[in-house]
Design a protein around this ligand. Structure first.
Ligand SMILES: Cc1cc2nc3c(=O)[nH]c(=O)nc-3n(C[C@H](O)[C@H](O)[C@H](O)COP(=O)(O)OP(=O)(O)OC[C@H]3O[C@@H](n4cnc5c(N)ncnc54)[C@H](O)[C@@H]3O)c2cc1C
Length: 346
């Protein structure tokens, strides 16, 4: 059996590929939900809003092939019309035209559709949640894996950000020093970001040729986009808040966000139905402190992650180990395709 640690996109896809090839699998997920950095919340007016991964582009070909394989439709991000640009706190936001940049897409029903689909292809014995893996030991020819209980397996795929993998899991014998050093200095994409979404009774921002997009140098919101569902029956705005606002209380942050949005979109923004946010720095199964500041994507796809450890039994494979588009959903799919191919042909 192969144990896969983590039920994010990379872990679930690896499990699905191995199962399809006839290899017994078990996914152990530490959270009480699956999806990891894919996290679609359903608001009280039943609108799917993205607290994590949202967009992909035509060059994300592995992800697009997977969506086609799983029959999951996607649609273009609404960007038609002008955007607001807030350059200075002392001047009102300007209306600007967004330069053409090629389409970006969102998955119909929310990004979580890909997670629901992959998990539906695994049995309850093959996917367990609330199972935080804390130890991996080599015991003669098998691995002993400590989660809520001890489970034995032949091989293990650590489908988490490498920095988390080496800090949350104790390995016996120790992993090589060079792997530990590189993993400790491998950036985890978006681990300290903040996402916020608001839903509304109608898409009032679409009036007068506006797209609803906002770009701000001032904050707290730095980027905001139209986030209506594919069918255009649910109306929302969603985007990023400056990471430093993680230091504020929920109420302080929300007030500052609403003040800024009110200034830009006007009074109607205060008539929102639901407000949702996620502060990823507070998520200890995504975010882990670094010894020194890391630059975005630092060490993503480092060749050391191509190697296996414990005599071909331990593999590190998630988006941050991917040699292409590390950090993005595309990287997660690429990593899962690569490690499963390796395990199937071994
Ligand atoms: C706010 C935000 C916005 C983003 N926007 C985009 C975007 O627009 N487009 C895009 O392509 N990508 C985006 N991303 C990145 C995208 O979410 C990731 O590339 C992708 O989801 C990573 O999948 P993964 O399986 O490799 O890792 P993760 O999703 O991190 O999965 C790891 C899993 O392992 C679990 N876990 C951790 N430790 C343990 C343990 N010890 N035992 C058991 N389980 C454990 C975690 O709970 C998690 O479920 C965004 C991410 C965030 C946070």
């Amino acid at each position: 059996m192969v144990i896969i640690v983590g039920a994010g996109l990379s872990g679930l896809l690896t499990a699905y590929r191995l199962k399809k090839a006839g290899i017994p699998v078990k996914v152990l997920e530490g959270r009480d939900r699956i999806g990891g950095r894919i996290y679609t919340k359903i608001t009280k007016d039943e609108s799917p809003v993205e607290m994590g991964a949202t967009w992909f582009r035509p060059e994300h070909t592995n992800l697009i092939s997977l969506l086609r394989e799983l029959n999951l439709p996607f649609s273009e991000q609404h960007l038609k019309g002008t955007a607001y640009f807030q350059a200075l706190s002392t001047a009102p936001a300007e209306s600007i035209s967004i330069p053409p940049q090629g389409p970006s897409y969102r998955i119909a029903g929310g990004t979580t559709s890909i997670i629901s689909k992959l998990s539906s292809l695994l049995s309850p014995e093959e996917l367990e949640i609330g199972e935080m893996v804390s130890k991996v030991e080599l015991n003669e020819n098998t691995l002993r894996v400590t989660a809520g209980r001890i489970i034995e397996c032949e091989k293990i795929v650590i489908a988490l950000p490498p920095k988390l993998g080496i800090n949350l899991i104790e390995f016996n014998p120790n992993l090589p020093q060079n792997l530990i050093q590189i993993a400790q200095n491998t950036h985890t994409w978006m681990e300290d970001s903040i996402k916020v979404a608001l839903t509304f009774p109608k898409p009032f921002w679409r009036e007068d040729g506006k797209s609803g997009a906002l770009f701000s140098n001032v904050g707290p919101v730095t980027e905001f986009y139209d986030h209506c569902n594919t069918e255009e029956t649910k109306y929302a705005l969603c985007g990023f808040v400056n990471n430093e606002y993680a230091l504020l209380s929920f109420d302080d942050r929300k007030n500052k966000i609403l003040n800024q949005l009110n200034e830009i979109y006007g009074q109607e923004v205060l008539e929102y139905i639901d407000y949702q946010e996620s502060v990823w720095a507070d998520e200890n199964l995504t975010s882990f402190p670094s010894d020194q500041p890391l630059f975005p994507h630092q060490n993503n796809g480092n060749p050391i992650f191509n190697r296996s450890f414990f005599e071909g039994r331990v593999f590190f494979s998630n988006t941050e180990t991917s040699s292409v588009h590390g950090g993005y959903m595309e990287g997660a799919v690429h990593a899962a395709n690569s490690v499963s191919k390796k395990l199937i042909t071994l």
